[in-house]
Design a protein around this ligand. Structure first.
Ligand code: FAD
Length: 298
């Protein structure tokens, strides 16, 4: 981020929450489960799939993480009852990873088992680097017992290609993204094109070894190059899907859908929208600038 954008983002961070909500609304379905259901129904009616996410992360008590797990179970039940075409995304630190890894694993087992009983699928989001090893470890343990679980990997991390070479041996279902957290230079690529190049190298490795990939990006360059790779490598349609975030680049979403490729939208909802929204803001400081201007032009 350039210094001006970073100043704008820092400014927005000190704004009162109701002001930030003006911007957040674009990226979240709403504060309630029914908001998530409404958005998923709209997407499904256009032939677009979803993954629902109960907003929240980095909880500090077991009680909070049990509450989060119960909400996840309710989401799975609601997906089933409403016949929605959606799976579920989970943040490990919301389920207690920073408190106790074993406790978090047991919470995840409950969720993955419930999803399995509904013939549904659970995706483990990847958070910041202090949790990378533990998240991969959780995934591997779950994968030994269940086939309805997948993981996210981040192309900005230098370690990811090696991780993927190992995880490919398990026949992993991936979401591949660039990565959104601010990571130290020693472990992450900072150059924009280097992250893209690594993304494509990792994608090729995943396809070469026959894995399923959720190609998660709004970057036209990556979408174009993924299209080319899919054609060149003759990858069947049941081995990949595209994924995008709710509220971002709907034109690209509709184009991918019209091209006949599977596309899934990440639909976050819930009361704990603040941290998620600040991260989206860091990606798109133009919106921060817009909020700042609109606040001062009253
Ligand atoms: P960018 O270069 O950031 O964006 C390409 C273009 O898209 C930009 O030029 C801009 O025009 C547009 N754009 C991007 N973001 C926005 C925005 N917020 N508002 C408006 N326009 C925007 N990261 C993780 O670290 N862990 C995860 O588990 C994770 N899960 C994800 C799940 C999905 C489905 C997606 C799509 C992303 C996820 N991410 C996750 C975020 C990801 O790592 C990137 O930070 C994010 O997708 C932006 O990267 P990009 O590939 O779109 O490229």
């Amino acid at each position: 981020m350039n210094p001006i954008n970073s100043t704008i983002v820092n400014f927005v961070k000190i704004l009162p929450k109701p002001a930030v909500y003006i911007f957040a609304k674009k990226y979240i379905a709403g504060e309630k489960l029914e908001d998530g259901v409404r958005v998923v129904k709209e997407l499904n009616s256009k032939g677009i799939l979803a993954t629902m996410d109960v907003l929240g992360e980095a909880v500090t008590t077991k009680k909070e993480s049990v509450d989060a797990k119960n909400e996840c179970l309710l989401v799975l039940e609601t997906i089933q009852k409403n016949n929605l075409n959606s799976n579920l995304s989970l943040k490990p630190t919301q389920l207690g990873l920073a408190i106790d890894e074993e406790f978090c694993y047991n919470q995840m087992v409950e969720i993955v088992e419930r999803a399995k009983s509904y013939n549904n699928f659970v995706r483990i989001d990847m958070e910041d680097s202090p949790f990378t090893d533990a998240t991969i470890n959780l995934f591997k343990r779950l994968k030994e017992k269940y086939d309805n679980v997948g993981i996210v990997v981040q192309a900005y991390l230098k370690r990811t290609l090696d991780d993927v070479k190992k995880l490919n041996k398990l026949g992993t279902n991936y979401r591949l993204c660039k990565g959104i957290y601010i990571e130290p230079e020693e472990i992450s690529y900072k150059d924009y094109q280097k992250v893209r190049d690594n993304y494509l190298d990792i994608l090729r490795q995943m396809f070469t070894d026959g894995n399923y990939v959720g190609i998660a990006t709004h970057d036209d360059y990556l979408v174009e190059n993924a299209y080319k790779m899919i054609k060149e490598m003759n990858i069947p349609k049941d081995k990949f899907e595209f994924q995008m975030l709710y509220g971002v680049k709907e034109n690209l979403r509709d184009r991918i859908n019209a091209d006949g490729y599977k596309i899934r939208i990440y639909v976050p909802f819930g009361e704990h929208w603040y941290k998620y929204s600040i991260r989206r803001l860091q990606e798109n400081p133009n919106i921060a600038w817009y909020i700042t201007k609109s606040i001062f032009s009253f």
